[in-house]
Write a protein that binds this ligand. Structure first.
Ligand code: ZN
Length: 52
């Protein structure tokens, strides 16, 4: 019998400091610090609260 595979998904939650809404991206590249808020469109720099 062949092995089946499982992979882990890392889900990042982004909180916008301008409109206070949030969104999430799975497996977001951690080296990318600047994101556009999909709600208000503002670009901002994000810092990780809890480093993994
Ligand atoms: Zn926003």
């Amino acid at each position: 019998m062949k092995d089946s595979k499982v992979s882990i998904e890392l889900l990042s939650h982004f909180s916008c400091r301008i409109c206070n809404k949030w969104w999430s991206i799975s497996d977001a590249p951690k080296q990318t610090k600047e994101w556009f808020c999909p709600w208000c469109g503002e670009k901002q720099v994000f810092v990780y609260k809890n480093e993994i």
